[in-house]
Ligand binder design. Structure first.
Ligand SMILES: CC(C)(COP(=O)(O)OP(=O)(O)OC[C@H]1O[C@@H](n2cnc3c(N)ncnc32)[C@H](O)[C@@H]1OP(=O)(O)O)[C@@H](O)C(=O)NCCC(=O)NCCSC(=O)C[C@@H](O)CCCCCCCCCCCCC(=O)O
Length: 719
């Protein structure tokens, strides 16, 4: 757990040993305490170095331990004892020093980092604050503004940036432990009073109150209801205004609130969920650890509209050679210009050279003959996509993976157009594709584990969080979006306004309510799909029949707006009005309110008062219910997959863990009971009918989310 050795005659070397990230578990903390005692008691030892094994200092407190009763020596007194030591202690930071690990390093008298190391206090991302003295020592060491930045964002900084801040004393390109040992020998016997950070005054800028006010306002604006960023500001404020001991007391109080909050439980769940989705499996039994990906060197993108452009940029920025194809010369030139601009802006932001030479442009599909993988991103039209897949199958070299960026069409139908259907998968990016982190990798019944593994690995290489999902209409994300959108429309019919529904959803934590989001994406997208499905029909017969289609309740409100040319932001009118087409500032539209009044009158609907609770329950529980159906159908392997898709692709507030985790915080029995209630009131809305898996989970005592897979297995084996 930590090895103690004496090196170079007079240096006690404590090596943290707890794979994979040397987290500061109870056993590691005990070993540090024991090793420090030994180092202090051995007269030959004049100084101490703390490092981590395998080139990695430590990933901080062991997050798994937060779930249960804490045992072993607590971090705070351990770090105080190190700081109070009469012999100098040097932290040798390789790889990472995050959270509690950086707090440990701040308790040391000196910090030496490898040039490639990264340090940070990411506790805020787990719904916590640096609760082992980090919120009090960091501002004393690097000043209030820099500490506020690091602690409220949780961002990792490079060794070079850490040196600039004065967070580390030295950086090296050589063996960090050797450098630290030599350094420790040099400083042995020197006075330590000036090296104990807790004794430093906290130097604040003269306008510190204004600074805290500004930061607090920014944090409140961006936190979307998360409490940890606010507590982080309060803790740093305590460092700036109180003596160290009182600041520590404030840190403890704030930490006590955060560590017992539902938000930290959600964020810790999400931390592990993000990692769990990499361990994908398919119903065939194929898995991440038994399926080897094939290397991709050269990729192609077919269709250079908004999505294709973003995908080409994401690939080129990650170092892939890209062939970008658009069949019309004029569109190709426009796309080339747009892509070059995106690459240049991205490169400027990251301080690197733009990867312009990574992309070759072509008008002819023949130009993709030699690539390893193609991503088709043409219009969302099955006939067109089928044609492209036939052409690709004829043109590409044997073994080329053929992927579609469809957002919900049947992957199997595309695979059937090719000679090698096992090489076909969906790669569903989210707009803007070079920015959004999510990638749904969609396997059809014929997709091989090799194709899935290759797409998953490619996703990782271009910086995406990739989730493997099965093939069905809308896959996971868009399939769950359907009942959510549908409920929002029904609520308008029954008396709500777009502003009210959006306000409730934004207060819940979504970056954008459903109507603002629809205006941004374009109302015509869904309209075209509904027309293709025979749902949206021009001039339907009047009366009740227009609100009942294919045997279920249907709201034509979206279709009616589209018939008026109101496609959202791009036309300057949608659920809201905008100053001009393309503007992003949504304003309530009196025209829309009269339109809703007329619509209700026409259909003899009496507007009623709808409250916050009903908006949340109907929109979210119908979506969650669909999530349970997706699990039941085996489209997602586990609830973590759904939650990761929703946080990264649909702006679900991370501090609520994702829709399936949220259901556990509400209580599965409550979700079931409310769905039953709403289904009784709206029997013609099938998405409100609670699904079997939800009933089974409630009947089995609502097990914790980590145990759902066992129940899902049982339910699926009974089908
Ligand atoms: C470290 C990483 C950057 C590595 O990334 P990489 O991509 O290489 O690998 P993975 O992310 O896949 O990780 C590999 C593997 O390791 C697991 N793991 C990673 N970090 C941890 C960890 N810290 N703990 C446990 N496990 C970890 C990970 O899950 C993977 O395994 P899996 O099986 O899931 O595949 C990257 O992993 C990373 O960023 N890690 C997280 C780093 C982090 O966030 N660290 C901060 C942790 S929180 C912390 O340190 C808190 C401190 O401030 C101390 C708080 C002290 C509390 C004191 C109590 C105060 C009192 C309050 C209560 C008072 C009550 C009262 O008074 O009444």
């Amino acid at each position: 757990m930590a090895q103690y050795t004496r090196v170079s005659g007079s240096v006690g070397l404590i090596t943290l040993q707890s794979p994979p990230v040397n987290a500061l578990s109870a056993a590691v903390r005990q070993a540090i305490v024991d090793s420090m005692q030994r180092a202090l008691s051995e007269p030959e030892v004049k100084s101490v170095v703390i490092c981590g094994q395998n080139g990695l200092f430590s990933g901080g407190a062991d997050i798994k331990e937060f779930r249960g009763q804490m045992s072993g020596p607590p971090l705070i007194p351990m770090i105080h004892a190190i700081e109070a030591s009469s012999k100098p202690v040097v932290a040798a930071i390789e790889g990472i020093a995050l959270g509690g690990a950086l707090e440990l390093a701040l308790g040391c008298h000196y910090r030496i980092a490898h040039s490639k190391a990264r340090v940070g206090l990411p506790e805020v991302t787990l719904g916590l604050l640096p609760g082992a003295g980090g919120s009090q020592r960091l501002p004393r060491l690097i000043g209030v503004p820099a500490a506020l930045d690091l602690i409220t964002t949780g961002r990792h900084v490079t060794a070079a940036e850490a040196l600039k801040f004065g967070l580390v004393d030295q950086i090296t390109d050589h063996n960090t432990v050797n450098v630290a040992v030599k350094f420790a020998q040099r400083v042995a016997g020197q006075p330590l009073d000036a090296r104990r950070i807790s004794t430093y005054p906290c130097l604040s800028p003269p306008d510190v109150d204004v600074l805290f006010e500004e930061v607090m306002q920014r944090v409140r604006r961006t936190a979307r209801g998360a409490i940890a960023p606010i507590a982080c500001v309060q803790a740093v404020r305590a460092a700036a205004t109180l003596p160290y001991n009182q600041g520590m007391e404030r840190e403890r109080e704030l930490m006590a609130t955060l560590s017992t909050s539902g938000q930290t439980r959600a964020l810790q769940y999400f931390f592990f969920a993000q990692r769990a989705v990499g361990r994908w499996s398919m119903p065939s039994g194929a898995r991440w650890d038994t399926s080897k990906p094939r290397p991709v060197h050269k990729a192609a993108v077919i269709g250079l509209g908004t999505m294709g452009r973003g995908i080409a940029v994401a690939l080129a920025q990650a170092g892939f050679s890209v062939v970008a194809v658009e069949t019309q010369e004029k569109q190709l030139m426009e796309a080339k210009q747009a892509i070059s601009g995106m690459l240049e802006r991205g490169a400027k932001r990251r301080g690197v050279a733009p990867a312009l030479d990574k992309i070759n442009y072509g008008c002819n599909i023949q130009s993709v003959a030699h690539v390893d993988l193609v991503i088709e991103a043409v219009f969302e039209d099955m006939a067109l996509k089928k044609k492209v897949f036939q052409q690709l199958s004829a043109v590409c070299k044997p073994g080329t993976f053929l992927c579609s960026n469809t957002s919900g069409l049947d992957i199997d139908q595309l695979a059937c157009q090719t000679r090698n259907p096992e090489l076909v998968v969906g790669m569903h990016f989210f707009a803007p594709a070079h920015v959004m982190k999510l990638l749904e990798v969609v396997y059809g019944p014929k997709s091989s584990p090799l194709a899935v593994a290759t797409a998953m690995q490619l996703g990782k290489k271009i910086g995406k969080v990739s989730v493997a999902v099965g093939n069905c209409r809308g896959f996971v994300g868009n399939r769950m979006l359907k009942p959510y959108l549908e409920q929002a429309l029904f609520l308008l019919e029954e008396g709500a306004t777009p502003e009210f529904v959006d306000q409730v959803l934004e207060e819940f934590g979504f970056a954008m309510g459903v109507f603002r989001m629809s205006d941004l994406s374009g109302l015509d997208v869904g309209w075209k799909v509904r027309m293709a499905d025979g749902l949206a029909v021009p001039n339907p017969t009047t009366g009740q029949a227009t609100r009942l289609r294919q045997g279920r309740r249907y709201s034509p409100l979206g279709d009616l707006l589209c018939e008026q040319g109101r496609f959202g932001q791009k036309t300057g009118r949608g659920w809201y009005q905008y100053n001009k087409p393309g503007s992003q500032v949504a304003k309530p539209d009196p025209w829309l309110h009269s339109f809703l009044d007329e619509y209700r009158a026409w259909h003899a609907l009496v507007a009623r008062r709808i409250d916050h609770q009903e908006v949340l329950e109907r929109c979210l529980y119908s979506m969650i219910n669909e999530g349970f159906r997706i699990l039941e159908d085996g489209i997602a392997a586990g609830p973590e997959d759904i939650d990761v898709i929703y946080v990264f692709g649909y702006s679900w507030p991370r501090h609520r863990g994702g829709p399936m985790f949220y259901a556990t915080t509400v209580g599965l029995n409550k979700v079931l009971e409310r769905l039953e209630h709403y289904h009784q009131a709206h029997p013609d809305v099938p998405s409100l009918q609670p699904c079997d898996l939800l009933r089974k989970l409630v009947a089995s005592g609502s097990p914790p989310i980590q145990k759902w897979r066992e129940v899902i297995k049982k339910v699926r084996s009974q089908l």
